[in-house]
Design a protein around this ligand. Structure first.
Ligand code: NAP
Length: 513
């Protein structure tokens, strides 16, 4: 077991505890920017490994105990936690808090659930400690060379942290701006990071649906499909995920020489942030259909027994259409992908907007798109357009209602419909392409079948309904005389009396007043 001399007290600018891949890389990133970095890990061997392998990269102050780690920090102290989310994070917070003093700042950079962050922030506030839940995106490479950082917490904590966070964050290519900002109070940072991850799920799934159609409907091999993604990366779709997709598709397995993607089992795993995004959206009543379908698609892929059982008996008859114009089909796929991606982003931003309203966070939506422009997994060319849309109208109800995005998505519609129709007729699953198109058609429909749903609800549960031709809420005595009563106590309502079902006509009318 490693042992360290206690580091000098009050000497490190910032500390990081949790020396697994993310914490060690973040600590190195800070050291590369000239900060004196205290480092600590539950098992000291990881701290030792960082010193052995990277000690020459900057000024590190290793500690074996939490107490020495905290004492080595300059006051007011800043300690970043990069450990497993959940109970381990609670345990580490508690340990740090024992040695911290009023005004010190504990930053949780793990993927914590925002409700946990809210609880922790309140508990630390009671002890006069600042607690910052900070979303960190970009994986290990981002942590080392510049992540997108989404800190929540108090404005005071942000003031203290911002010079360091701005230094180590990724810088946007367009204007050199650091990809970090104060997201909002308590759990806002982790909320935004959660939705970021949800959008990432949808983004990855739409890319995979386009790949699947090229592979199975067009019969292209992985390298040819990689070429298509490379081309797409030069246009509106330009993004990190499209770029790495092309790289993956051009990679051949080192053992067999076969395209790498063909030797991977088709079972996508998940760590839970997609599910959190969907669960939270359900609680908030925000339709995140793209993210939900992408999350479910991973679950479908991973249920091997269920798929095996289905494959034995479910032989839906499908067309076997030949595609006459492959290039036209590829162009259509590009538009289906772009449109579905726009829907997923619009829905994700809607979730952030509803979260901000519900939890009283002052989140600038345009700034969220700005800080995702570099460092993070969903970095993409079109994020600038999102910022511009919210600059034009900070109260924008839906991203797709912005003139730029409305035109962009409308332009995709004919191609998008052709792709979804082809997929349905020929038996290819395109859950996000198809559900996103349905969402598009739903929000632009003047009238929805929700009228019938509401009538059904009133029938079996007296849940009431609103009329198209009058104010107020109403209920029909369905199993009695089918009279209508105004239920909200409003003025001017009338109860329309019994309708003779055989006559199908209204037979009497009386005032409710
Ligand atoms: P990880 O595998 O999630 O966690 C390993 C670290 O947690 C080790 O330092 C481990 O210490 C520590 N740990 C576990 N249980 C502990 C406990 N009860 N008490 C104290 N320490 C405990 O590491 P990671 O992949 O570097 O991720 C760190 C955090 O960043 C996680 O919350 C993760 O979700 C988040 N994150 C990860 C990524 C990514 O791409 N990997 C991206 C963004 C955010 P020992 O060495 O002693 O076991």
């Amino acid at each position: 077991m490693a042992t360290f001399e206690p580091s000098p007290q009050d000497s490190a600018d910032i500390g990081v505890t949790g020396m697994a891949v993310m914490g060690s890389n973040l600590a190195r990133n800070l050291a590369h920017h000239g900060y004196k970095v205290a480092i600590h890990n539950r098992s000291a061997s990881k701290t030792e490994a960082v010193i052995d392998e990277h000690g020459s990269e900057g000024e590190f102050f290793p500690s074996e105990s939490t107490e020495d780690f905290v004492k080595s920090l300059k006051k007011p102290r800043v300690a970043i936690i990069m450990v497993k989310a959940g109970k381990p994070t609670d345990a580490v917070i508690e340990e740090l808090a024992q040695y911290m003093e009023p005004g010190d700042i504990i930053v949780d950079g793990g993927n914590s659930l925002f409700t946990d962050t809210r609880r922790r922030e309140a508990a630390m506030k009671d002890r006069n400690l600042n607690f910052v839940g900070m979303g960190v995106s970009g994986g290990e490479e981002g942590a080392l060379n510049g992540p997108s950082l989404m800190p929540g917490g108090s404005k005071d904590a942000w003031e203290r942290l911002s010079p360091m966070l701005r230094d180590i964050a990724a810088k946007a290519e367009e204007d050199g701006e650091p990809c970090t900002t104060h997201v909002g109070a308590d759990g806002a940072g982790h909320f935004v990071k959660m939705v970021h991850n949800g959008i990432e799920y949808a983004d990855m799934q739409v890319i995979s649906e386009a790949y699947d159609m090229m592979a199975r409907a067009l019969g292209l091999d992985a390298h040819a499909i990689g070429d298509v993604f490379e081309t797409w990366n030069e246009g509106d779709l330009q993004s990190f995920l499209i770029e790495i997709t092309a790289t993956v598709l051009h990679h051949d397995d080192v053992r067999t020489g076969r395209p790498f993607v063909d030797i991977i089992k088709d079972e996508a795993a998940q760590k839970g942030t997609g599910a959190w995004t969907v669960q939270t959206a359900l609680d908030l009543g925000v339709p995140v259909t793209g993210i939900a379908e992408a999350t479910f698609a991973r679950s479908v892929s991973g249920d091997v027994d269920q798929r095996a059982a289905a494959q034995k008996v479910l032989e839906a008859r499908t067309a076997d259409e030949k595609i006459d114009d492959p290039q036209q089909f590829i162009d259509d796929l590009q538009k289906a992908l772009y449109a579905s991606k726009l829907v997923a982003y619009a829905q994700g931003f809607e979730e952030i907007s509803k979260g901000a309203e519900t939890y009283d966070w002052d989140i600038n939506l345009g700034d969220m798109a700005k800080i995702w422009r570099a460092g993070c997994i969903i970095r993409a060319k079109f994020l600038d357009r999102i910022t511009e849309a919210y600059d034009r109208d900070p109260g924008l109800k839906l991203l797709l209602a912005d003139p730029y995005f409305a035109e962009a998505i409308n332009d995709c519609v004919p191609a998008w419909r052709r792709v979804v129709a082809f997929a349905a007729a020929n038996g290819f699953p395109v859950p996000v392409f198809a559900s996103s198109l349905s969402y598009y058609d739903a929000i632009r429909s003047e009238r929805l079948p929700a009228a019938l749903v509401q009538a059904q609800r009133d029938y079996f549960g007296a849940h009431t309904y609103k009329r198209v031709d009058d104010e107020g809420s109403y209920h029909v005595e369905w199993t009695k005389d089918r009279s209508e009563t105004r239920t909200d106590g409003g003025q001017g309502g009338v109860t329309h009396g019994a309708v003779d079902p055989s006559a199908g006509e209204q037979t009497q009318e009386k005032s409710t007043r």
